[in-house]
Design a protein around this ligand. Sequence first.
Ligand code: XIL
Length: 358
Amino acid sequence: MLSRRLFLEQLAGAGATAGLRPSLAAQAEQGLRAIAARRGIVYGCAAATYEFKYADFSAALAREAGMLSAEYEMKRAALEPTRGAYDFSGGDSLLAFARQHGMAFRGHTLVWHHSNPPWLADALQSPKAEVLLTDYIAAIAGHYKGRIASWDVVNEVIQPSDGRSDGLRDTMWLKRFGPEYIDTAFHAARQADPRAMLVYNDWGCELGAPENDRFRAVTLEFLSNALARGIPIQALGMQGHLSAFGTQVDQKKLRAFLDAVREMGLKIIVTEHDVDDSGGSSDIAIRDRAVADACRRFLDVMLDNPATIAVLTWGLSDRFLDPPGWRDKLSGRYPRMLPLDRDCKRKPMWAAMAKAFA
Ligand code: XIL
């Protein structure tokens, strides 16, 4: 266990306590979980069971996170590799870690157009294929009933560039069942777990470009119509994937969007926050600063809205991030998108999150 003095020196060395009020420096030993909790916000991150074999990472995860979600082990390819034969081992291990450390657990995700087992596409063409949706949701949400704080019931269902008037993504689910598959999924999830908060999760409302304006408009229309149809959506999940050197958040546009979501009576969860640091300087200090600044600009607006109840990053440490391309691998340029570096040391992004939470 690090001595408190050495610990804080390490923090200071990482620039992570610069500007933190003394009380925050003292709190830093407890991690983002404690700092966020003081504002009534849950901080957590996605994780995968293979990460638990690293003791230093597991200790950092226990210290920093107050909620876990499954990076991939609760997607259908992992849960139902063979039709009707469920494998809950990965999800159950993540849930066990969460419960062991007093963390909340969120489910990700019941219906998506990626990470499906190879047998599903053909099976969907059979008659009475709706059971592939309803029976699956009943089995999965039933298995985790009462232990899931919130479920991403459907994931990434909007894609205006697919050209539909309703802006929905033209997935195998939409092609087979029409837009009603979304109603079916949410009602099945509600029936299987009466207590879990039901979330519509997507990426596209965060940034300030014209296509994001369109995405926000379609999302508001989708949510308003869904609620009018009596679909039990309780929260909007915003994935929060940002870019340090690409299109930035427009705080004014984002703030107005969040106000409109809150006016619908919905909660808001940042479900997969990270900041892509590719495409800019190769200087690590510049990349880390740009990542921290993008993170802070985003979270300041997100956390100003009382509807925002939780913030999760899409992982905790850069250690498990793959270089985007072979050139990066050759040059040893590893992504630095998360609050902790490859050695689980806190980065300027960690400090930016701590300040945003505080
Ligand atoms: C990705 C995971 O990071 C990968 O490990 C997995 O193989 C595929 O999914 N939006 C989402 C996440 O909702 O589930 C995706 O995560 C990233 C994009």
